[in-house]
Design a protein around this ligand. Structure first.
Ligand SMILES: [Zn+2]
Length: 228
């Protein structure tokens, strides 16, 4: 069996999405389990271990975002606080140039004081691309050798308001289009408060599409084989 990302021999399995996103039993009330039948794919050593910092960065970005649910907040006060205590430099690295902003919740009209951070796009893209390719391997039992584009919805609220405005407008349009596109498709995933996924057949331009839902509010659209 070869790795889901490359042609090397698989040495173990990789969790998809990363296991750090799923709360540990000790951090949850009695009887609550968010680690039911986690998805795994075969992975070589490099693709199993090299990206653990990317995975932690993804967890961090997801749980500080406004739309995330109680499960995400719980992850912040347990897992992330522990990792900050272990490695105080980490939070500084993740939060390069934080600055206060006010985000307005579109649905309730409520204003939230929050902190905007400069996103490490390359690191986020890499984490999301690995998840997308692993899910493809899991659902279709074959590697996707073409391009993958990932479009996170959930960064819109936390972007720098100055350069964020243009991107927000386009982003809102993309989000609405994706909501519409996936409105009738089923959800997959045994731990929907942490992660669930929708899969769509594509057309001549896009081979397949996926929508990933993290902590109910953080969505990512994935295009397999999109041009550009
Ligand atoms: Zn590999």
């Amino acid at each position: 069996m070869t790795c889901y990302m490359c042609d090397r021999k698989a040495q173990g399995v990789e969790h998809v999405p990363p296991r750090c996103l799923f709360p540990e039993k000790k951090d949850l009330p009695e009887g609550v389990d968010h680690r039911k039948q986690l998805i795994t794919v075969p992975a070589c050593d490099e693709h199993n271990t090299a990206k653990s910092q990317d995975d932690e960065y993804l967890l961090y970005l997801l749980v500080i975002n406004l739309p995330a649910n109680e499960t995400a907040k719980n992850q912040f006060f347990t897992k992330i606080m522990r990792s900050i205590q272990r490695n105080p430099g980490l939070i500084k690295k993740f939060m390069a140039n934080p600055h206060p902003v006010i985000a307005v919740d579109k649905e309730t009209g409520q204003a939230h004081h929050t902190v905007a951070v400069n996103i490490d796009d390359a690191r986020l893209d890499s984490a999301l691309e690995h998840i997308a390719r692993a899910l493809y391997f899991y659902y279709f039992k074959t590697k996707w050798l073409g391009s993958v584009r990932t479009q996170p919805d959930f960064l819109l609220a936390s972007l720098d308001p100055e350069k964020g405005r243009e991107r927000n407008k386009l982003g809102e349009y993309m989000v609405a289009a994706a909501d519409q596109l996936f409105s009738a498709s089923d959800f997959h995933g045994e731990n929907p408060d942490v992660f669930k996924c929708q899969v769509l057949e594509g057309n001549e331009n896009v081979h397949k599409l996926m929508r990933l839902h993290f902590y109910n509010g953080c969505r990512v659209s994935v295009f397999f084989g999109a041009n550009g």
